[in-house]
Design a protein around this ligand. Sequence first.
Ligand SMILES: Nc1ncnc2c1ncn2[C@@H]1O[C@H](COP(=O)(O)OP(=O)(O)OP(=O)(O)O)[C@@H](O)[C@H]1O
Ligand SMILES: [Mg+2]
Length: 397
Amino acid sequence: MKEQLLKKNTTKTAFSNLKKAPVVQPNSMKPLGIVGGGQLARMLALKAHELGIKVAVLSENAFDPAAQVTSLWTQGALGNRADLRKFLSICSLVTFESEFLDAHLLESLSRETSVPVLPRPSDMALIQDRLTQKEILLKHRLPTARFHSVATEDEARWAFDDLGGRAVFKKRRFGYDGYGTFIVRSAQDLKKFLPELTKNSHGFIAEEFVPFKRELAVMVVRSLRGQTVRLPFVESYQENARCLWVKGPLRKSAKLTALGQKLEKFLSAISYCGTMGVELFDTGSKLIVNELAPRVHNSGHYSLDALSDDQFSLHIKAVLGQDLVTPRVLSPGFAMMNLLGSTTEPATWLLPSEIKLHWYGKEENRPGRKMGHINVLAATPEKALALVKNRRSCFRV
Ligand SMILES: Nc1ncnc2c1ncn2[C@@H]1O[C@H](COP(=O)(O)OP(=O)(O)OP(=O)(O)O)[C@@H](O)[C@H]1O
Ligand SMILES: [Mg+2]
């Protein structure tokens, strides 16, 4: 009787799971492919291993952070048709760590090889260009700073005046970590900025300067089967336009919940698949979307230790069409600090206590380079931030 019951229950569970989500068969599956070999790809690969998913990485060098953590590393150039095609053909499904790939090439290779690329290259194309990204935010009624498209000096002058004599010029393509963002506060600044226009063939957007009180971020995830979850809102702090630390969770508020729901609806409206990083400005009275990233994101790294499921695992589950469950927050306070290089000397550190280190395995230390990050849990976000700042001194990078 007991055996029968057990059998019945097992069958029922297995059957309902089968109906709900595609089954993953790690040993017979071709690997999940990741295009790119940096730290985001490394953390995705490490999490794939934990989930029992075989993972292949395409990158240029065998010592790239992600190449080091899989035996299925393929050497190749990320923009090269033949390299990409070969890589896609050994994978069951391909994802990526950077939106700055040739989206049209990926799309055509995905069709040619019948290997899905997720998030879809069409979403990558929309988001990788700041102008189309802003347009899509407007289309879906997400709050964002006023902007103009700028290609010539006359347009830059006009936009600067129209935006009130203070503007943020951003490269339409290939801007990251503040490279490509120019905060222009005066006519003199504008004069200094103008030569940049001719150095860049993709053009710029000029954006209204937002006098924010703090910057926030949230990760939203949508699965292939249309389920959405979102992680807690966090505060992020940038130094020289580059993320230095994150703390959270933010206290829940009606405004944050409303925006979170709007973002989930947005992902559904565009049938997005995977994790999306959303950067926000909080002006005190308004929340404004600064930027979208169609991938896992630096401001979600805290989730590796502070949540019951992290942004990398959720991304993998999402693209594989597995069930998503909103992660639990494991601590009333958490903080993440980036370990940014400040010299070219090899990094050294004392193994500190009370923190979790995530080292990216980069060969060379360089000023400003993201070498790793540390996560801390504590009784409040402020205590976690104080602790992570204190433990930062254990690292010479
Ligand atoms: N409109 C704005 N008003 C005021 N400050 C801004 C504005 N846009 C950007 N910034 C500041 O510049 C930083 C970098 O800008 P943005 O996020 O657009 O560029 P990025 O190069 O993509 O940066 P990252 O890769 O680090 O996210 C922001 O985090 C913010 O501190
Ligand atoms: Mg940004």
